[in-house]
Design a protein around this ligand. Sequence first.
Ligand code: XIL
Length: 299
Amino acid sequence: GTTLGASAAESGRYFGTAVAANKLSDSTYVGILNREFTMVTAENEMKIDATEPNQGQFSYGNADRIVSHAKGQGMRVRGHTLAWHSQQPGWMQNMSGSALRSAMLNHVTQVATHYKGQLYSWDVVNEAFADGSSGARRDSNLQRTGNDWIEAAFRAARSADPDTKLCYNDYNTDDWGQAKTQAVYNMVRDFKSRGVPIDCVGFQSHFNSGSPYPSSYRTTLSSFAALGVDVQITELDIAGASGTTYGNVTKDCLAVARCNGITVWGIRDSDSWRSGDSPLLFDGSGNKKAAYTSVLNAL
Ligand code: XIL
């Protein structure tokens, strides 16, 4: 293929990017988006603070603009994200206990219902595990509502939107030897054994010198897939954009049958949340970087 999307499709996969609604009027940005990508994730517009800024008042304008643009181009959409400790609206940050549990489940139900049948997947829960060697859950207001909050969120999402794939998404879960990776693996294994509805695991894969691309990455992807879930690379960016590393990440996904898609976290370096790292596949002018060619050749 001559584009990322077309080349990924040759093996039945998608190639996606994060999209910001306020850039849909930038013709260079939209030109690359429409040409190269077959999946879209809203960079911020489907997060809790965006979709429920006041409790019980839902706001879908920017998210719907992204979904509408994607559908108009024949692209699919990954929903991101229904339950997360971060980017909570102020009203939720100040809640706890059973009131917060109810508010979280209502949020999951309302937003999943709004998009029922329209999305490829939902990141139902994002970043619920702690970094470091503990293998513990991340402390958060949601975690303090009870250890079953994650499965409760997945069950609510399934009830509201039965045909959309439900994913758990996290970072620093790439190295098979790390406690956080093993903790997420054990949760997914437990969910599968008890029939908690989970279809996929997303590996954000924000690589930099502090959390580099690990040699065990392919083992991690294949080990999770062996639990009976799809795996996806959901927010890929690599500080410095080494072509070798981008190529290896791509090859690792293609080596795992259930790794069915790769999403990069933005289009041009200037669009990146870490623009100082120049971590993406296109430069600030929209030109293809060497890393682009490495990915295309690996697909
Ligand atoms: C980031 C966005 O890219 C930024 O624009 C925003 O300010 C903060 O969030 N993990 C995730 C993403 O799951 O939602 C985050 O996106 C990056 C880390």
